[in-house]
Design a protein around this ligand. Structure first.
Ligand code: NAD
Length: 294
């Protein structure tokens, strides 16, 4: 079993760390919030990130944004042992991921960017998808850990490629969620039952993940955020953050992303018009149906 340092025990990291402990790994954990460390039964709470990083085989981070990731690694490089494999699972811009990885390499340390998809439910169940950038050999070294935390482990390419894959995926997710909400609203305004229309489109060429498993129209599908006031799930705040990262990626590569840019504008408009930052991202439905549902 491996010695693992884990930094960042929020909504995602807490579950991931708990699953690693349950699989028998020896964990040293650190978060700025003390209670979050105490909540990981069986892990050793540390008083600093440096302590969590020293003497471990793997150092995993799950932090909010690129600036936190850069600051963390700059502060722990001197505490890491030779051979510790660094794994950042945060969703951040590819440029920062590559820069941190380069700084690690200059110190003889290998690093993987390994952002995830699957939300807090996937983190808790250990069924996340990992999109990994870095060397294939390093991925293989860490495969056993990834397999505890997730069920789909993809090697996207070199350093930064995991973050690019994540940006592409979430831009597409925003586009098909907004498109699904738009089609459902038009159907309802023309007298259709949203449940009937959903069944029609699911089994026709309009079928897509948002419609098939995450229906944004209230009352159509049980156990999705739309049927509990858009509480929980994947927050609009996180979607707008991911769309900002996708737009940065597009600008840096001179990619044309009109659909993604429109989806980003729609999400910003929704966030401001409906004070929706803390709602699930399927609440984009509200933009189209304010006159139909409340
Ligand atoms: P979160 O805000 O719940 O957790 C982040 C944690 O990092 C917090 O507990 C915070 O105290 C801690 N932290 C911040 N700076 C720190 C530092 N310097 N040292 C130690 N701890 C520090 O966020 P989350 O929802 O767990 O998301 C983490 C990452 O995963 C983000 O990049 C997010 O975009 C990504 N992500 C989230 C989801 C989701 O559904 N929540 C899904 C996929 C990806």
């Amino acid at each position: 079993m491996a010695k693992v340092g884990f930094v960042g025990l929020g909504n995602m990291g807490g579950h991931m760390a708990r699953n690693l402990v349950a699989a028998g790994h020896e964990l040293k954990v650190f978060d700025l919030v003390e209670e979050l460390m105490a909540a990981i039964d069986g892990a050793a709470s540390q008083s600093s990130a440096q302590d969590a990083a020293s003497g471990v085989d793997y150092l995993i981070s799950m932090l909010p944004a690129g600036k936190h990731v850069m600051t963390l690694y700059q502060s722990i490089f001197d505490s890491l042992s030779e051979g510790t494999l660094l794994i950042d699972c945060s969703t951040i811009d590819a440029a920062t991921a590559r820069n941190v990885s380069q700084l690690a390499l200059e110190r003889g340390l290998a690093m993987l960017d390994a952002p995830v998809s699957g939300g807090t439910g996937g983190a808790e169940a250990g069924t996340l998808s990992f999109m990994i950038g870095g060397s294939a050999n390093d991925l293989e070294k860490a495969r056993a850990l990834f397999e505890v935390m997730g069920s789909n482990i993809f090697h996207a390419g070199d350093s930064g490629a995991g973050q690019i894959a994540k940006a592409c995926n979430n831009m597409l997710l925003a586009v098909h969620m907004a498109g699904t909400a738009e089609a459902l609203a038009m159907g309802v305004k023309n007298g259709l039952d949203p449940a009937v229309l959903s069944e029609v489109m699911k089994l026709s060429s309009g079928g897509n993940w948002s419609l098939n498993v995450y229906n944004p129209y209230p009352g159509v599908m049980e156990s999705v955020p739309a049927s509990r006031g858009y509480e929980g799930g994947f927050l609009v705040d996180l979607m707008t953050k991911d769309l900002d990262l996708a737009m940065d990626t597009a600008a840096q590569s001179r990619s044309s992303v009109p659909m993604g840019a429109l989806a980003k504008s729609l999400y910003r408009m929704h966030e401001q018009a409906n004070d929706a930052g803390g709602l699930d991202f399927s609440s984009i439905q509200m933009l189209y149906t304010s006159d139909l549902i409340n």
